[in-house]
Ligand binder design. Structure first.
Ligand code: PLP
Length: 403
């Protein structure tokens, strides 16, 4: 098979990987991490399944349980997660909501989050805690903290926080693209008897076995980001401290499936479109056949590193005080000081870049610093990032605005 690195990745039949997608060629697609992008062969399988449903809905629903169960079992095997602990959900947020609803928060309990969490899931944890009279404490983790510093911060907070009920941590942090040492954090929570919810939205596909070492924890993930599945395909892996506690987890859609034990009760959530779930095996097998998941991960990591260096070089940005253990496919490039200091400014700049440079990039902020968060995907080449950096330059833009 073809080269790996920063040029075009060639798939098994010799074509460039980008040929597997039908992305709008007029847009620079540098933000795979936010919403994913399924390749055409996955979308075709999803459409075939949807057509089957629409041709005879009665027959489709009569046979559905077994088909969903077998897709769920394929997902568990692919993730390396226990089959009896793995349920399919709509997305990572849905999985987190299920876990939060199942835990018995009491007044004066504490929930520990970090300043790197994905905002909407942290917001859900806050709302759930508040409804029970519990408190949320935010752990500040320096952007350039190494694994042992991060573990030490958690160790201190877990030891020193009375009534700590739950820790919420991103496995790959959404705004900052750091890989957190979640297995070590899980070990700390296990020995302290504290619940742990790992938000692994960016794990599947990007990390080979994302639930490894998470005994005692709840983990939620999205398949549609780096797993290249259709959207609407999330996973909940429930390994609570007491395995019997899994049975307290119910889908938020309370339908006929709810009478079944976990995880089967998640297989049937009323009249939903199950085509995305049933198309997941096509993505798992199709990427393995055409690219190979290990080669895919290696390529993303090399491309992301090269993209970050190239963009920083063109912009004259210094790559200092950045994550020591960045996610394989996500990299930050700092924006000039003061340009973006909060989320509202980040969204505003993202929209301006889309309008001015026809580029889809994520803009994030952490602790008052603003960043472009670049994603690498096999449909990208280094040229995509170079062209973007040459077409939109934060330094030049600022100077122009000041005139
Ligand atoms: C860490 C993290 N958690 C959760 C989500 C939410 O994903 P969804 O909206 O699919 O539930 C995201 C989305 O980017 C994320 O990055």
């Amino acid at each position: 098979m073809g080269n790996t690195g920063t040029g075009e990745l060639l798939v098994a039949d010799g074509r460039p990987a980008a040929d597997l997608w039908s992305l709008d060629p007029t847009v620079a697609h540098l933000n795979h991490g936010s919403y994913g992008a399924p390749p055409r062969f996955v979308l075709e399988r999803e459409t075939q399944l949807r057509d089957e449903m629409n041709a005879d809905a009665d027959a489709w629903w009569r046979g559905l349980d077994g088909r969903v169960a077998s897709a769920r079992e394929r997902v568990a095997a692919w993730l390396g997660a226990p089959i009896d602990a793995t349920a399919l959900v709509a997305n990572a947020s849905a999985g987190a909501a299920v876990v939060l609803a199942s835990l018995d928060f009491r007044s004066e309990d504490v929930v520990l989050v970090t300043d790197h969490n994905y905002g909407a899931v942290a917001m859900a944890a806050r709302r759930r805690a508040r409804s029970a009279g519990a408190r949320v404490v935010t752990l500040q983790v320096p952007l350039n903290a190494d694994d042992s510093e991060i573990v030490e911060l958690f160790r201190q907070h877990i030891a020193e926080t009375p009534r700590l009920k739950m820790v919420l941590v991103d496995q790959v942090t959404s705004p900052t693209g750091m890989v957190f040492p979640v297995a070590d954090i899980a070990a700390l929570c296990r020995s302290a008897g504290v619940e742990l919810l790992v938000d692994g939205a960016h794990g599947p596909g990007q990390i080979a076995r994302p639930t490894e070492g998470l005994e005692g924890a709840y983990w939620v993930g999205n398949l549609h980001k780096w797993g290249l599945t259709p959207r609407g395909t999330g996973v909940l892996v429930a390994n609570p401290l007491l395995p019997a506690d899994r049975q307290r987890l119910f889908p938020s859609i309370d339908s006929w499936g709810s009478m079944n034990p976990f995880p089967q009760r998640f297989d049937l959530q009323g009249t939903l479109d199950y085509s995305p779930w049933l198309a997941v095996p096509a993505a798992i097998d199709g990427v393995e056949e055409r690219i190979g998941w290990n080669r895919y991960r290696e390529h993303l990591a090399q491309l992301a590193t090269a993209a970050q260096a190239a963009v920083a070089d063109i912009w004259g940005a210094e790559l200092t005080d950045l994550p020591r253990n960045p996610a394989p496919s996500l990299r930050l490039v700092p924006l000039p000081d003061g340009m973006v200091t909060n989320e509202a400014q980040a969204h505003d700049l993202r929209d301006r870049i889309a309008a001015d440079a026809n580029a889809a990039v994520a803009i994030t902020s952490h602790n008052g610093r603003g960043f472009v968060r670049l994603s690498a995907q096999v449909y990208n080449t280094l040229d995509d990032y170079v062209r973007f950096a040459e077409s939109w330059n934060p330094g030049r833009r600022r100077a122009a605005t000041a005139q």
